[in-house]
Design a protein around this ligand. Structure first.
Ligand SMILES: C[S@@+](CC[C@H](N)C(=O)[O-])C[C@H]1O[C@@H](n2cnc3c(N)ncnc32)[C@H](O)[C@@H]1O
Length: 295
């Protein structure tokens, strides 16, 4: 089946599904529908109803399908990524937020739910997905966000300004020194992929910015380790640190946090697929740390 001018919407979506499947796109039917909806802007429910009748395919559909068959990320074509309750502007130069990161934002939201005015910072905010969701869902939260890449920072600015998040262009390793020991929560989804582990999917390997993927060092742990060190600097005693990581890194990260002697309550968290994809810890009170060292 091929895409042809004058085709019905239903036939065009079926043809597009076959083209995307042949190109190795992981969810060809949904992507074919979302591309049609990007042009028609009616919502998936109504689009599916329209496919029962003889609605014609929208103009420009073939070009979008060809782009997606070239493994350009769907979100770069539509210009948006959906994350929790937010619709974020995204495109070249910024990491596309992933569904599993929604659980990381949830951990923060759950942790601060009884605090009247929690102070939170998101290190390596990318599109602003985590920071923006917290600002949107936690009334009274004072949310800061740090991003190193000027390109990602530009996308974050667009997404976070309407939500009142304070965004800083800077390196998570030394950002916000004037705010040391003032935050209730530090959250981060830092780059963590090992240097040699180049992702298979072209959408990731060719379109996510390298500075968003590779954590530094053979094991990818340089930036996660730096994020933990910055969290220890930025948090008040008792403050909460939560970080996303790869499943295989869970044990290493727990051990790394334990080794510093700076953290208590180190906990590994499962994502929606039951994978160990995040770790949290509480910053120990310095006096108690000394006591423990003296024991
Ligand atoms: C895996 S992406 C996560 C983006 C976003 N937090 C999310 O979950 O969708 C990591 C982000 O960290 C940023 N980054 C990389 N190195 C950094 C550094 N040294 N300081 C601050 N941000 C950095 C990247 O540009 C990228 O936006």
């Amino acid at each position: 089946m091929t895409l042809e001018p004058g085709q019905s919407l239903a036939d065009a979506v079926s043809a597009a599904t076959a083209i995307l499947r042949d190109a190795g796109v992981p969810s060809p039917r949904v992507d074919a529908e979302l591309l049609a909806d990007h042009l028609l802007n009616v919502g998936l429910g109504r689009l599916r109803a329209m496919m029962l009748g003889d609605t014609p395919a929208p103009e420009g559909y073939e070009a979008l399908v060809a782009e997606r068959a070239g493994r350009v990320p769907l979100q770069h074509i539509t210009g948006v990524a959906h994350f929790r309750y937010l619709t974020l502007a995204v495109g070249p130069g910024v990491f596309i937020p992933r569904p599993e990161t929604e659980s990381v934002a949830q951990l923060v939201i759950d942790h601060v739910k009884d605090m009247p005015r929690p102070r939170i910072v998101d290190l390596g905010t990318g599109s602003g997905a985590i920071a923006g969701s917290i600002a949107h869902e936690v009334p009274g939260a004072e949310v800061h966000a740090v991003e190193f890449s000027p390109f990602a920072h530009a996308w974050a600015e667009k997404n976070l300004a309407p939500l009142g998040v304070r965004l800083f262009l800077g390196d998570l390793r030394d950002a916000l020194p004037e705010l040391n020991a003032t935050f209730d929560v530090v959250v981060s989804n830092p780059p963590y992929i090992p240097a040699e582990a180049i992702p298979n999917e072209p959408e990731v390997a060719l379109h996510d910015p390298p500075e968003a993927l590779y954590g530094g060092g053979a094991d990818g742990m340089e930036l996660p380790t730096a994020a933990a060190a910055s969290a220890a600097r930025l948090l008040r005693p008792g403050g909460y640190f939560v970080m996303e990581h790869a499943e295989v890194q869970a044990q290493w990260i727990s051990a790394m946090l334990a080794r510093t002697g700076t953290w208590t309550g180190i906990t590994t968290h499962l994502d929606l697929n039951g994978k160990e994809r995040a770790t949290s810890a509480l910053l120990a009170d310095p006096d108690r740390r000394n006591e423990r060292i003296g024991e």
